[in-house]
Design a protein around this ligand. Structure first.
Ligand code: HEC
Ligand code: HEC
Ligand code: HEC
Ligand code: HEC
Ligand code: HEC
Length: 215
């Protein structure tokens, strides 16, 4: 027997086991990595506690995004409006609409509505809305045409690669100031020259160093 399996194998065995373990672990990591949220969450549209429609309110009624997302130009977070903002209108309209029952309940009890987050970066990464709005990037570039969404849906991967693609070449995404919250803007033939002018004027120069987004 010792002829067929030379002594050396006893020393090799732990190594073989170790190699196999590495293969298995990296296969698991590979699967976890590619199927983890950043690659599959495009299309994510959780059911919300109230069937609030952006298509109706922002699209048909034409309420500007900033009426509700008040932090978007000034702060890190766009913010989800408190019940009070809905009540500006719904203290008058929709009193008997059963779809609004959870809103009135929240108003009476003072308990905030538990909206489910659609976009949520991991804690180790840093994002800031105001910096992007200042640079004249529209909501549409990152959230799609929300004014046509009955239910808010994730349309971009929000992966690091996606962030970096634009940071390396933002010009195609920079639009006129008055089009930030609009969805009827299309780039023209002069897009790049116009964008470069804005970038020069406002000193827009997105960074790609790790510490910009991991601080
Ligand atoms: C009348 C108030 C109101 C207006 C106007 C409004 N929103 Fe919202 N928005 C909400 C509420 C409430 C939620 C949370 C529920 C949901 O996701 O539908 C929300 C959620 C969102 C989300 C998802 C947030 C998350 O969890 O990641 C995005 C993106 C968004 N809004 C973008 C917009 C854009 C773009 C506009 C303008 C076209 C807009 N909203 C106009 C009230 C509003
Ligand atoms: C600028 C006024 C205004 C604001 C602000 C507003 N709504 Fe409305 N909403 C309306 C009007 C008008 C209707 C249609 C009422 C009707 O059909 O009786 C409506 C209808 C609705 C409906 C019923 C839709 C259906 O299919 O029956 C829901 C649910 C609703 N709103 C939720 C909200 C929530 C949640 C907020 C706050 C994030 C909000 N609304 C803010 C004006 C507003
Ligand atoms: C450059 C891409 C980008 C642009 C432009 C952008 N967003 Fe966002 N938005 C994000 C990302 C990324 C998140 C998730 C942030 C996080 O998890 O910290 C987010 C989250 C949100 C949220 C939910 C949480 C919060 O309070 O931040 C709302 C609401 C929202 N965006 C609305 C808007 C509106 C309205 C506009 C346009 C005025 C806009 N966004 C423009 C990328 C963008
Ligand atoms: C569509 C283009 C675009 C996308 C997508 C984008 N960015 Fe940016 N980002 C910019 C521009 C333009 C600036 C402004 C740079 C300046 O003013 O010099 C910026 C600036 C920033 C800043 C600097 C903010 C500050 O405080 O100075 C951070 C942080 C940032 N982006 C993070 C992110 C992250 C994280 C993502 C992905 C989740 C992302 N960005 C996606 C275009 C983009
Ligand atoms: C423009 C913003 C931005 C810059 C610059 C950036 N990152 Fe990230 N990074 C992100 C975001 C956003 C995520 C989270 C991605 C997700 O959830 O899929 C991330 C995730 C990661 C992860 C977790 C693994 C992964 O890929 O999901 C690592 C590790 C990482 N970054 C390292 C780095 C290093 C190293 C650098 C510098 C060379 C860097 N990042 C520069 C935005 C950035």
């Amino acid at each position: 027997m010792s002829q067929i399996f030379p002594k050396k194998i006893n020393k090799l065995l732990p190594l073989l086991v170790a190699i196999k373990l590495i293969v298995v672990v990296s296969a698991v990591f590979f699967i976890w990595y590619y199927f983890s949220p950043q690659y599959t969450d495009v299309g994510y549209r959780p059911v919300q506690p109230i069937a609030y429609s952006h298509k109706f309110h922002a699209g048909d009624l034409g309420i500007d995004c900033r009426y509700c997302h008040t932090g978007v130009e000034t702060g890190r977070f766009a913010q989800i409006p408190p019940t009070q903002v809905c009540m500006n209108c719904h203290s008058m309209v929709g009193k008997d609409n059963p779809k609004l029952a959870p809103l009135f309940e929240s108003w009476e009890t003072g308990k905030p509505i538990q909206w489910v987050r659609v976009h949520d970066l991991p804690d180790y990464s840093y994002f800031n809305h105001a910096a992007h709005i200042r640079a004249q990037i529209g909501c549409e570039s990152c959230h799609g045409n929300v004014s046509q969404m009955e239910v808010v849906t994730r349309v971009k991967p929000l992966s690091m690669g996606w962030c970096l693609d634009c940071h390396r070449n933002p010009a195609p995404h920079i639009r006129p100031q008055n089009m930030i919250t609009r969805f009827d803007w299309k780039p023209t033939d002069t897009q790049i020259t116009e964008a470069q002018k804005i970038m020069l004027e406002k000193n827009i120069n997105p960074k790609t160093e790790c510490s910009v987004c991991h601080r």
